[in-house]
Design a binder for this molecule. Structure first.
Ligand code: MIC
Ligand code: SF4
Length: 639
């Protein structure tokens, strides 16, 4: 029986378990990446493991999120991260070099390898034929120390692409179409493997736009084959030696199949406030806008920037619109300068932002009050832009560029006299902002630099025999990690300081949460479906743990957040009878009299003391993870 590409790579990296859907497996990790917002905690944890050098083939530490630097905190983190990288043999991508996923694709991603990154959009590298997975910082720290990565064997979905995109329709529209069909929870515990003739019509950065936003489907990862197009990209990057051809067997079997005819797609728009609120542009064309932002790890490649330049060439951004663009990497900037694209974009009135995450994570360029903003990003969760009542629409660079000129949501297929660029055969390749690992001799002399905002990573206590506490919050469905632990200019700098950042837990959902949690000292959270979707930030588990949260009872969990909860000793429980959710209210007192023993049985009994109801709750994990929970988290377990 033939095998899918995803299975082949997983098989070659399997260290424990069997590749049976839903079963726990452990895989060897070849490469890791971290970014600065999750990196400080990840490296503090790595330091506490106590080995003297990374054990991966390659690990890269990027600075791209926390670059606003309104005070000393971000800059201190940068110094800490650089010193850790030098100490332990890690590549360090300096601020200004670009967004981690774009740079990784350009300089480091290799077909057939595994990558684990402390950022949910790590699957971007799947555009290069990698199994690339997002995880919490602690999992990445363990992988850097040579430990395997444990996950539930996902089901593998075959996505057959046929036909060819029409002009002005782009890769973004393909993934928006998938989101329209499958929703933000449609990909949980799945790998999306792209096949079919349509694949050959997509360049590597276009493939990466698609695998990037597989994260929004909740997918474990997404993958494209490594073919002639991949080879051309690697040649253009001066990395032809990294090319290996990789594909599924022609008779490979899959768990599910989806087909998309690229030639029938039109430009799509994800409406506020979820990436799956997708409609065809024809349904909302003409809506006035206030802002356009182009960039992020989804759409900041040279191809994207060139498309924007072609569309805005000789035009001016409409008076009612503020527009900005952040290229994905320094090398993209250099090529865009060389080809005259930045000149056109700047002349049209776009503000040129630095090559970093920026507005995508609420670090500057927030919209006006009730502003309607069109963004080429991947997430439009309420409040994430920095403006609570803004409306964020997710679109392709083509839609963003043409709408900026027109002052309203506009279909780029109506643009006249657009002359598109051809992509260069060779990209500009510079690596002077990447600090390479030092020799063992040099590493010995490196002192780690720790600024005053960098506080140790708190740890949990072992699980007691029983638990009794109040429900401190009850939420609805699709709660994001941005809801649990917001980011943005004010809060992101506190990532290295858990006591401080914990003051903002659930701030947007319920500003009283922190106070209540502090008063009680212990508690439970009740969540709905797809609880914890979105980012990989372990702070969304770490900070609640710090506030005394012992378990989350939900209808269903998002993958990375569930893993983070377990890593910090918070028990993920799901209602055996989903309608029990309706009988619990905030403030109810729950008792789990036998929780520690019951964990092994897979079910926990909880008594709602306030309502006098008994619930059967399923422990949403098994095997080794149960022992981690009993120990009070992964660090305790490893110790
Ligand atoms: C995001 O897009 O939400 C982030 C910021 O990149 C996060 C990581 C983080 O919170 O630091 C992610 O996607 O994992
Ligand atoms: Fe950065 Fe935004 Fe990508 Fe997250 S989604 S890595 S914040 S660009």
């Amino acid at each position: 029986m033939g095998e899918s590409l995803a299975r082949k790579i997983l098989k070659a990296h399997l260290v424990e378990g069997e590749l049976i859907k839903g079963k726990e497996i452990a895989i060897k990790i070849d490469q890791t990446l971290t970014q600065d917002a999750t990196g400080t905690m990840a490296y503090l944890q790595f330091e506490s493991i106590g080995i003297d050098k990374i054990r991966t083939e390659l690990s890269v530490s990027y600075i791209d999120h926390n670059t606003l630097q309104t005070d000393f905190m971000n800059a201190d983190d940068h110094q800490y991260l650089m010193s850790v990288a030098k100490k332990y043999g890690i590549h360090f991508s300096r601020p200004g070099n670009g967004i981690c996923h774009q740079v990784h694709l350009e300089r480091f991603a290799k077909p057939g390898k595994t990558l684990l990154g402390s950022d949910s959009h790590t699957p971007t590298a799947g555009g290069m034929g990698m199994i690339a997975i997002g995880a919490g910082g602690l999992d990445v720290a363990v992988a850097m120390a040579g430990g395997a990565f444990y996950l539930e064997m996902p089901s593998i979905v075959k996505v057959i692409l046929t036909g060819k995109l029409q002009p002005f329709v782009s890769a973004k529209d393909i993934i928006l179409e998938l989101l329209r069909r499958l929703t933000v929870k449609g990909g949980v515990n799945k790998i999306f493997e792209f096949t079919g003739d349509g694949v050959k019509t997509l360049t590597v950065p276009e493939r990466a736009t698609i695998t990037n936003m597989g994260a929004e489907l909740g997918a474990t990862c997404s993958i494209f084959p490594s073919d002639e197009i991949t080879k051309q990209f690697l040649i253009a990057q001066g990395r032809e030696n990294d090319f290996v051809q990789m594909d599924a067997d022609s008779d490979a079997t899959y768990d599910e199949e989806i087909e998309i005819d690229l030639s029938t797609l039109e430009p799509m728009v994800a409406k506020p406030h979820m990436p799956d609120q997708v409609v065809k542009i024809s349904e909302i064309e003409g809506l006035p806008i206030d802002q356009v932002a182009i960039g992020s790890c989804t759409n900041s490649s040279l191809k994207d920037i060139l498309a924007v330049a072609s569309i805005v060439d000789g035009k001016t951004v409409a008076e009612n619109v503020e527009a900005a663009l952040a290229p994905g990497s320094k090398n993209v900037i250099l090529d865009a300068i060389k080809l005259g694209a930045l000149e056109k974009i700047s002349n049209a009135g776009f503000r040129l932002l630095e090559s970093a995450c920026g507005p995508c994570i609420g670090m500057g360029f927030a919209p006006n009050s009730k502003g309607r903003t069109l963004r080429t990003f991947n997430r439009n969760f309420k409040g994430r832009s920095g403006t609570e009542d803004a409306e964020v629409y997710l679109v392709s660079p083509e839609v963003a560029a043409y709408s900026a000129i027109m002052g309203k949501i506009s279909d780029p297929r109506k643009a006249k006299d657009v002359k598109f660029y051809n992509l260069p055969e060779k990209y500009t390749v510079t690596e002077n902002l990447i600090i390479k690992p030092l020799s063992d001799e040099e590493r010995k002399n490196i002192e780690i630099v720790r600024g005053p905002n960098i506080k140790p990573c708190p740890s949990n206590t072992a699980l007691p025999e029983s638990l009794k506490a109040k429900v401190l919050l009850k939420t609805g469905d699709n709660i994001t990690t941005d809801d649990i632990m917001p980011a943005g200019a004010k809060i992101l700098p506190l990532r290295s300081n858990v006591p401080e950042i914990s003051k903002y837990v659930f701030e947007r959902v319920d500003p009283e949460f922190y106070k209540r949690a502090k008063e009680e000292g212990i508690g439970f959270i009740v969540g709905g479906d797809n609880y914890g979707q979105g980012s990989s930030r372990e702070h969304a588990a770490l900070a609640p743990m710090y506030l005394g949260i012992k378990a989350v009872i939900a209808k269903k969990f998002a993958r990375i957040h569930k893993a983070n909860l377990i890593n910090f000793g918070i028990i993920p429980l799901v209602f055996d009878n989903p309608s029990d959710y309706d009988t619990i209210a905030q403030g109810d007192e729950l008792e789990m009299p036998n929780i520690k023993k019951e964990l092994d049985t897979g079910y926990v009994t909880a008594v709602n003391k306030t309502k006098n109801i008994t619930y059967k709750l399923k422990v949403d994990t098994s095997g080794r993870f149960i022992n981690i929970l009993k120990a009070g988290g992964l660090l305790n377990y490893v110790r």
